[in-house]
Design a protein around this ligand. Structure first.
Ligand SMILES: NC(=O)c1ccc[n+]([C@@H]2O[C@H](COP(=O)([O-])OP(=O)(O)OC[C@H]3O[C@@H](n4cnc5c(N)ncnc54)[C@H](OP(=O)(O)O)[C@@H]3O)[C@@H](O)[C@H]2O)c1
Length: 312
């Protein structure tokens, strides 16, 4: 299987290294921006795009790779359920992929696993679900400065709120996508999604990536998304990200609680899934399931679980 990796940051580099160890997998890249054509026009069976979070930015790259006959898997959070943000682009690329007999998938750890695939799997032992609640506490210290700034690290409170209002600070992206993946699999329509984000102030000086965070600036944030089904909260997503969670008294963890007519189901992962290691693994473990998927734009809810090769 030939795989080309576009994006030479943390995820692209880690995915290429993981796939290098898989027998029968021939990897090229990770390719930098200047090598865009080498990656996207490679004609590889699978092109991995690990560059940005936004459909408007990865859309042209996906289009080029699909036109070149490749299946595409991207870590862009908005691509996990593309109909939510840009239905027109999603339909166009879905049609193009079908015409070329290839598939497109947005995946990763979150979205792509913790708030959707794992929730769907856990839901298999429940019935008549009243409410799903998922919470993650995540150590952000391994991310690049570009990602940390976009998440909202290193701002005083006024700048944080202004960035949120302007859309330059997003916190973690991908909760509406995960909620819609889960809802669609359960034949349920979410009527609205409410959201909030609050900064968590540093109480000491931090050095992280190539930036510093002073006391009083944001060293983390707390997010809450609520997917409403008519008048009731059906899916609650809580996310606490911090550059020193333990130091600030927050233990990294993942927790899923499903309230249904069956006894309440609680799945806890402690310590939480490592974000730097988890996302590249989900991508590397998705190559085969993507190559075998039905043509078109698919979601992780349409596919079997991501699994590593027993030989890698
Ligand atoms: N779904 C998930 O669970 C998940 C998990 C991890 C990451 N992600 C997302 O995946 C993306 C990559 O993550 P990362 O940790 O690898 O980030 P990173 O370390 O910052 O690396 C990003 C790489 O992509 C390049 N790049 C940025 N914007 C680009 C563009 N518009 N066109 C081409 N290349 C571009 C950067 O080049 P320059 O240095 O030249 O800017 C850099 O080499 C991020 O948006 C992140 O939010 C999603």
């Amino acid at each position: 299987l030939r795989v080309a990796v576009y994006g030479a940051g943390h995820v692209g580099t880690a995915v290429a290294a993981l796939l290098d160890k898989v027998p029968g997998c021939e990897v090229s890249g990770p390719f930098h921006r200047a090598e865009r054509e080498s990656a996207l026009r490679s004609g590889a069976e699978v092109v991995v795009i690990a560059t940005t979070s936004f459909l408007s930015e990865v859309g042209p790259d996906i289009r080029l790779a699909v036109q070149s006959g490749s299946n595409v898997i991207t870590t862009a959070e908005e691509a996990a359920f593309p109909w939510y943000f840009n239905g027109v682009l999603a339909e166009e690329l879905d049609t193009l992929a079908r015409s070329r007999g290839v598939s497109i998938l947005g995946a990763g750890l979150n979205p792509g696993f913790a708030f959707d695939s794992l929730v769907l799997t856990a839901a298999g032992v429940t019935s008549s679900i009243d409410q799903i609640s998922v919470e993650r506490v995540v150590d952000l210290s391994g991310f690049s400065t570009a990602i940390l700034r976009r998440l909202g690290i290193g701002f005083d409170e006024a700048a944080f709120r202004a960035g949120v209002a302007a859309g330059t600070i997003t916190g973690h992206i991908g909760f509406p996508q995960s909620m819609r993946i889960v809802a669609r699999r359960m034949h349920l329509e979410l009527t609205s999604i409410e959201r909030s984000i609050e900064p968590l102030e540093a109480t000491r000086e931090y050095r992280v990536a190539d930036m510093s965070v002073s006391p009083g600036e944001s060293a983390g944030f707390r997010q809450r998304y609520v997917g409403m089904c008519e008048d009731r909260p059906w899916f609650q997503a809580f996310f606490l990200g911090h550059i020193d969670p333990q130091g600030a008294g927050h233990q990294p963890r993942d927790e899923i609680v499903i309230t249904s007519e069956a006894p309440k189901l609680r799945v806890v992962i402690e310590p939480g899934i490592n974000p730097q290691a988890g996302a590249p693994r989900v991508i590397a473990n998705s190559i085969e399931r993507l190559a075998a998927a039905s043509p078109g734009w698919v979601t992780v809810g349409d596919l079997p679980p991501a699994t590593p090769s027993a030989h890698s």
